[in-house]
Structures are given as structure tokens and as C-alpha cells.
Design a protein around this ligand. Sequence first.
Ligand SMILES: Nc1nc2c(ncn2[C@@H]2O[C@H](COP(=O)(O)OP(=O)(O)OP(=O)(O)O)[C@@H](O)[C@H]2O)c(=O)[nH]1
Ligand SMILES: [Mg+2]
Length: 367
Amino acid sequence: MAKSKYEYVKEFETDDRMLRNVYVLVRIDGKGFHKFSQTHDFAKPNDVRGINLMNHAARCVMNELDDILIAFGESDEYSFLFRKSTDLYQRREAKIVSTVVSLFTSAYVYYWNDYFTELKRPLYPPVFDGRAVLYPSEVEVKDYFAWRQADTHINNLFNTSFWALVEEGGLTPKAAEARLCGTDSKDKNEMLFTEFNTNYSKLPAMYRKGSVLLREQIPKDADKDAIIPTLPETLPGSKSAKVTPAPDTTTIALQSGPDPISEPVSEAPSGHTTPVAVASPVVSQETVMQEGIDSNSHSESMKRSIDASEAEQQDAEGEPVAGKEAPTFKRMKKGVVIDHIDIIGEKFWAGRGAYILAPEKKKKLRS
Ligand SMILES: Nc1nc2c(ncn2[C@@H]2O[C@H](COP(=O)(O)OP(=O)(O)OP(=O)(O)O)[C@@H](O)[C@H]2O)c(=O)[nH]1
Ligand SMILES: [Mg+2]
């Protein structure tokens, strides 16, 4: 067929196919969410509705794009890691990034009212930007996710302390900022404990650790797009972190624990607040203290998917479960689960995250 005389304009398009055989990381971030969260009266420092909505939108992206191995979300951002051999859109950067951003944003608006039930739709259209970064090896991938989770920890501890000083302590925002200036994480933990009777390490993991989306087994009858249930400990007014009676200093030291994340002595907020949540019928449970930002949690679907021999020995919290009905894979399917666990350190990458960095089968690449 003869080409039209206009067709030459196509030659102006650039080839933006990304390097092969490296990890592709796409990060999206809300534009002006400082204002967006204020306009929509988000709870401070964490709004569970906003976090669940972010998680729902991210799960839509993972359900649509099979090559995403893991996603991590905090505040108004989400990171998606594509497998090294992905051939999605022939690895064209603009196509991949714009698809992720577009799907995430439309899902955010589409599911808005399921979380912000009193408001039919957002008061104005939210905007997210996106970028792709290439990482050559497992080392950078692990460090990338460690970086984002460390950021979650630092920002959430700062924001929790800041809003405690303002809302419970009656300080002006300026005075609260001055009070926190030059403090490290131990100082903030101690201040929350002694002045506000709050044990930071007992605050919902969803706020402290961000949200991790993994590909795991979920019950066969689970709706992969189900509305994410609100974790009881995240309900407004939940007193899960409040401590009674007032502790002595030895207890504080023990409960605050060493901070695994190396932070600057004087922390400055980078402007972020936080997020986290669940896949279909997933319930997070805190368990082992690990690596400073502490515990590990397991989803319900994860617990159901451990094989029978493992299940006989221990359940997700390390308790013997002899006598419990052994789960079968017949009733399970591959799905996306949302959890709030430590992804800093080898424990995650050698355990639930092992599939992410496992060597891929050689696949013929398109020429
Ligand atoms: N109150 C509240 N605010 C939130 C929550 N999640 C995110 N935010 C707000 O969103 C901001 C996200 O940080 P940034 O991405 O650095 O700020 P931004 O205004 O989006 O700026 P740009 O990304 O540069 O456009 C935080 O600083 C908070 O103000 C939440 O759960 N509650
Ligand atoms: Mg932003």
C-alpha cells in the first residue's frame, strides 16, 4: 500500500526502548499532594482511607501488568519493579511509564468513593507523575527498596512527633518544628513515650513501614479487586500505641529498641507523610522484632498458602499449629497481596521476596 505523503513525520519519533536485561523500576508520585491532602481533609499524619486507596490503585496496576514483581508505596508515591526480561511494549520507556501512571491515576479516581465514602469524587483531578530508572543488579534493587522504606520510617516518625506536639501538646507548627530540630530517632521515640504516652513501635505497621505488594497465593474465590478492608488498629481513635501505666526509663530504652536505620543525627522532614494496606482478604499481624524498624507481618493468604508440612510445624507467627486443617493449593490462585513488612535486610529477600530476584528462565527476545 502506498504511503501517504504525510507519513514521513513518523520519522521524528525517537526510539526510547530501554536497555535489555536490567531491572526496570517505575516510580509514580502525587503532584502537589500537600495541597490535595489538605483540600480533602486527610487525617494527620496518616489517612487510612488515602493509604488504602493508593494501595488499591497500585494493586490494579499489578493485576494488569504481570511483569511487575513487587510494588512499594508510601505517602503519595508508589514504586513498581518489572522483571529484568520484561518485553512489555518492547521496553519502550514512554509507553511503560505512561501506562503505569495512567492506570494508577484512573484507578485512584475510579475507586475514590469506596474509601472516601462521604465524597462522591475528588474535589479536583489528582495528578501523578512517573519516571523509569534502570537497575543493573540485585544489589541496587535491594538498596532501592531499603531507601524508600527508610524514608517512610524517618518521615513517619517525624510527622507523628510533629502532630503530637501540635495536636496534643498545643504547640504551634513553628514551635513544634523548633522542638524537633536537632533530635534523632531515639529522642523522638522517647518524647512520644514520656510526653504523649505513645509507644511508637506499636503504631500500625502500615504507617511505619509503608505497603508492600507481592505476588503470592490467594484463595481461589478471592476477588482480586476487592475493596481493601480497614485494619482495626488504623481506625481513628485507636489506642493501640498508648501505654499504661507510664514507664520508667529502662522500659523506654527496651521498647524503643535500637534504630536499624541509620539516620542523620538531626533529621529534617522531606515533606512526606505515610501509607500502607491489604489484598483481598488480608490481615496483617505483627510478629518478630527485626532489624530495628522491627516486626514482620504475614497476610492471611500467605498463611493459607504455606504448604502442609510447614503448616504442621509452625504458623506465620511461629506458633505450632498441629491439628489445624492443612491448606491445599487446589483452593489457591496467584494473586497480589498487600502487607506491611520489613523489606530492609536479607530476611525479606531470602524469604517472601526470594521469587523477586530468582534467576529467570532464558526467554527468546524479540529482535
Ligand atoms: N495529612 C496527610 N497528608 C498526606 C498523607 N499522605 C500524603 N500526604 C501529603 O502529601 C505530601 C507528599 O509529599 P511530596 O510528594 O513531597 O509533596 P507534594 O506536595 O506532593 O509535592 P510534589 O510531589 O513535588 O508535587 C506530604 O508532605 C503530605 O503533605 C496522609 O496520609 N495524610
Ligand atoms: Mg508528591
